[in-house]
Design a protein around this ligand. Structure first.
Ligand SMILES: *[C@@H]1O[C@H](CO)[C@@H](O)[C@H](O)[C@H]1NC(C)=O
Ligand SMILES: *[C@@H]1O[C@H](CO)[C@@H](O)[C@H](O)[C@H]1NC(C)=O
Ligand SMILES: *[C@@H]1O[C@H](CO)[C@@H](O)[C@H](O)[C@H]1NC(C)=O
Length: 891
């Protein structure tokens, strides 16, 4: 069964290849026009490349346009720029294919877009590495950084860093997959120095479609050179340097002398890699030969070389040119019996660069992301918090040891306007040494979990509105000198710094009496009385206000510290009556009970009233709510609060205006979600699950992923609902629980067969259910067919795939408006999720990455692409390239 599935996948990929040819070889190209309005795209007329907006990959920056004077002589992707007046760093997160060799290119054309006539200077980072110091010599010159790099991950982070020398901006970002067999070198990545089209008779720079991989070939001629050419097509080798580039070759006018190319470098340790491309363009007679040796700094590098007629030969070495060297001289010297002078058609020179992709500890990333969303922090907090390590997020410091995963060690959010309670997510920053939350409006208690941060050395909470008392464990560490703790300026905190001091004296009080005078004794008695009074009043306060009712029988033994801090989110039944206007409007009926519409102040909420459960259920309900209140993610419905009064249990969630996904997929829905909408929704839901699995400690297993549990906001952002809670209810049990246990076990059709058999619940069970939901999103078919055979959706899709009827799988209401590769990939992902063997299923992390690339493919498809005639008007243009610095010399 599984083997045949894989064969079918191979078959699918074969189809994809056919389509690739039809799409003019652009498959896998990522072409971003930076600053283009969101969700727009176009076909660039001179290259026929489809450019899309960069907005999906970056959240910051402003869009600017160049003066229309430029329009006629510039590539269209240079007409807009994205400019970054705010923040020290601004980062793109580009979805790519892991383990792929890419040509990566970033381009910058200033064109005085800001009217300041000031050429900015700034730094460009790829991952952790400085990729280029972007610097301009001319307003009307573009700067391009061009690299060959094998991706380590499904994401590439590219950051523009402000060096206080002008506002960073960017014109375009391009990724072109290259065959693995090309540019095999001993270094991680290559940085382009020169890519030269020799002997060309035009001054045109050639790129796609003349070059399959869209490399830029810059015209290069020299006074002592002349050119020979062929009108016939040159056969490519794997490097495929485009026939038009290869059809012309340079020879030296003085045919007796060697043809020479050299360059000098400031940094004599720069490691260069050279690729020379040759093809004979003249038809030689049998008694004629063109043969030559290639020498490097006087010794033979390769030879003799006799170029093949109309066929490309590429000469390169896998290792770098020897260092240290200031001057690099290549001479092409004819061999003895050669009747014709040496030629060269094209040449590439790269230097080695270490482009280190690096990502921070994912637990830390999850925690800091949640802190960011809890407090609505707007700073330069985009991309990876610690990477590039030279420029972490403002207010954050990280470990920097080479070869280790960066961890967050310091969080400084002083004077950041934080309101609400101290976020529970801080607990998950396990390596934290310094935490500064001073000068904010934080309320609530100083949570106990801060004492779980065993590395914490500095804790500043001054000038907030914190209440309650300082956890004793923190005081202890303060007293023994391992923690610098400051809590001044919190008027309602029991332990102001003075009382902290007095309570710390309590410990030394055992020692003091031994040497104490009578006066001292009196002081001690007074102090003790004060302490007793404080302790007592603290106890009293607890009794008065903080104790939530844990179960109806009303013992207070089960007070947990977590519940103390969630107290604020607990609502009374009368409050719930008020917010729902006596349960006036029913939103729906869930497995656990009815869901009602409500409002708290002006915020819309959904109130889920739980049907009665056993006494055991109540306690677990408490524990569960405590957990859920800690979970924050943009793709999870936010728990606003809860009701726990007698046998009345309720959960109060944010209101999701557009209801659930199942309604929108149903036949009766008036609005048909586009393929792009569906991919975004699937990606949102996948990211929510990914967070539950990877971002939460311990991981939370949803257990009931299905389209009715994927809810939509006003803007069709999807959020998962009903997560985690199902764990609260006993799986096995007596009769009354049977109803519950079916819910716990999941919904028929979505239930992981592996779990059903093994009874072992893992994240992969959620992956299975997600796969089923994804198949529904693609096909809009019922999970279990309504016919008598009760065919499961995964069976049906597999049978359609077996028949090769891919289009038959897709919801016909889409009317063919989708990128076929994108759909096929999504089908592949979904089928791998529903694999019967849970070990074969991908992780949600992998699912998210795959869906991102589905979305990228779909975004490349444009309405304009249909009916566009690419054969006409492919006029080439010349672009001044940034090769002026120290271009190679030749003779
Ligand atoms: C090469 O052969 C051609 C006849 O095929 C002859 O005309 C020519 O002179 C020869 N050239 C040389 C250099 O021997
Ligand atoms: C010239 O020499 C090369 C090897 O040095 C040989 O392969 C080639 O056939 C020779 N050409 C002629 C015309 O003798
Ligand atoms: C946190 O940042 C503020 C403002 O930049 C600074 O004054 C303070 O010293 C920092 N706190 C710590 C603990 O370094």
């Amino acid at each position: 069964m599984d083997v045949s599935t894989y064969l079918l996948f191979a078959f699918l990929s074969g189809l994809a290849l056919v389509n690739l040819v039809q799409a003019q070889g652009q498959l896998g190209f990522i072409s971003l026009d930076c600053g283009l309005p969101p969700n727009t795209n176009y076909i660039e007329p001179t290259t026929t490349l489809q450019f899309t907006s960069d907005a999906a990959y970056i959240k910051s920056g402003v869009s600017k346009s160049l003066s229309s004077n430029y329009n006629q002589f510039l590539y269209k992707q240079y007409h807009h720029v994205r400019s970054f007046p705010q923040g020290r760093r601004n980062c793109y997160d580009i979805s790519v294919k892991k383990g792929t060799k890419y040509l990566m290119r970033a381009s910058f054309f200033y064109g005085n877009y800001d009217g300041l006539s000031q050429l900015p200077k700034f730094n460009l980072y790829l991952g952790d590495s400085l990729w280029k110091m972007v610097n301009f010599t001319d307003e009307n010159m573009d700067t391009t950084v061009d690299s060959i790099h094998v991706t380590l991950d499904n994401q590439v982070q590219i950051c523009l860093v402000n060096t206080n020398t002008g506002t960073p901006f960017i014109s375009s970002l391009e990724f072109r997959p290259l065959p693995n067999e090309t540019y095999k070198v001993l270094t991680r990545s290559l940085l382009l120095s020169y890519r030269l089209d020799m002997g060309t008779t035009t001054n045109l720079t050639y790129r796609f479609p003349n070059d399959t991989y869209d490399r830029f070939w810059v015209p290069y001629n020299w006074g002592e050179w002349t050119s020979i050419s062929s009108a016939l097509t040159i056969d490519p080798n794997t490097y495929e340097p485009g026939s038009i580039v290869m059809e012309t070759a340079a020879i030296r006018i003085d045919t007796k002398k060697p043809l020479e190319i050299w360059w000098e470098t400031e940094d004599e340790n720069t490691q260069y890699y050279v690729y020379m491309h040759f093809a004979e363009v003249e038809k030689l007679q049998p008694n004629q030969t063109r043969g030559f040796n290639i020498t490097y700094n006087g010794s033979v590098w390769y030879g003799p070389l006799i170029p093949d007629y109309l066929s490309t030969t590429t000469i390169f070495s896998q290792g770098p040119l020897p260092t240290p060297k200031k001057k690099h001289l290549f001479s092409l010297i004819p061999i003895e019996n050669s009747t014709h002078p040496p030629i060269i058609n094209a040449m590439e020179i790269y230097s080695a660069i270490d482009l280190l992709e690096l990502t921070s500890d994912q637990g830390d990333v999850g925690a800091i992301t949640s802190i960011k969303s809890t407090y609505g922090i707007v700073r330069d907090w985009e991309g990876d918090p610690c990477v590039p390590r030279a420029y972490p997020w403002e207010g954050i410091a990280c470990t920097k040891t080479n070869g280790t995963v960066p961890r967050i060690v310091s969080l400084n959010l002083s004077s950041s306007g934080l309101a609400g309670e101290i976020s529970q997510s801080i607990e998950n920053l396990q390596m934290l040494q310094i935490l500064d939350l001073s000068n904010n409006d934080l309320t609530g208690n100083i949570p106990d979990f801060l004492s779980n941060l065993s590395n914490l050395e500095v804790l500043k909470l001054d000038n907030n509105k914190l209440t309650g008392s300082v956890p004793s464990e923190l005081l202890k560490r303060h007293d023994n000198g391992s923690l610098s703790l400051s809590v001044q300026g919190n008027p309602n905190l029991d332990c102001t710094s003075d009382s902290c001091k007095s309570s710390s004296k309590k410990k030394t009080s055992v020692v003091i009496p031994i040497v104490a005078s009578i006066g001292g004794l009196i002081l001690i008695i007074v102090v003790s009385i004060i302490i007793l009074w404080i302790v007592k009043s603290r106890k009293k306060r607890r009794n008065e206000t903080v104790v939530p009712k844990v179960d109806p029988s009303g013992t207070n033994d089960q007070i947990s510290d977590h519940l103390l801090e969630t107290r604020r989110r607990q609502f009374t039944y009368s409050e719930v009556l008020r917010m729902t206007n006596n349960f006036e409007r029913i939103l729906g009926k869930g497995g656990f009970g009815m869901v009602y519409y409500g409002t708290i102040d002006d915020t819309q909420v959904a109130v889920k009233m739980l049907s009665q459960a056993s006494g055991q259920g109540y306690q677990q309900f408490q524990a569960e709510v405590t957990l859920l209140l800690r979970v924050h993610h943009k793709n999870l419905t936010n728990l606003v609060g809860y009701l726990n009064e007698g046998d009345r249990l309720g959960l109060i969630y944010e209101f999701m205006a557009k209801g659930n996904l199942a309604e929108h997929l149903s036949e009766t829905s008036s609005y048909v979600l586009s393929w792009q909408d569906r991919l975004r929704i699937a990606m949102d839901a996948a990211q929510g699950l990914e967070y539950l699995h990877d971002g939460c400690k311990p991981p939370i297993i949803h257990r009931d992923v299905k389209t009715t549990n994927i809810l939509l906001t006003e803007n069709f952002q999807a959020k998962l609902a009903d997560f985690g809670l199902s764990k609260s209810f006993p799986v096995d049990g007596n009769k009354t629980n049977n109803y519950m246990s079916t819910i716990v076990a999941g919904t028929p059709g979505y239930l992981d067969p592996d779990y059903y058999l093994s009874n072992r619940l893992t994240e992969k069970s959620d992956v299975y259910s997600f796969g089923v939901a994804l198949l529904e999103i693609i096909s809009c078919r019922p999970v279990i067919s309504r016919s008598e055979e009760n065919v499961h959706i995964s069976k049906w899709v597999n049978s359609m795939v077996a028949q090769g009827d891919i289009n038959g799988i897709v919801d016909e209401r889409l009317g063919g408006k989708y990128d076929a590769n994108s759909v096929w990939k999504a089908v592949e992902v979904a089928l791998s999720c529903v694999s019967g063997n849970s070990a074969r299923r991908p992780t949600m992390n992998q699912v998210v990455a795959e869906l991102k690339s589905c979305l990228a493919m779909e975004l490349e498809r444009t309405p304009e692409s249909r009916g566009f005639d690419s054969t006409n008007s492919v006029n080439m243009m010349s672009i001044v390239m940034d090769y002026s610095e120290a271009a190679p010399m030749a003779r």
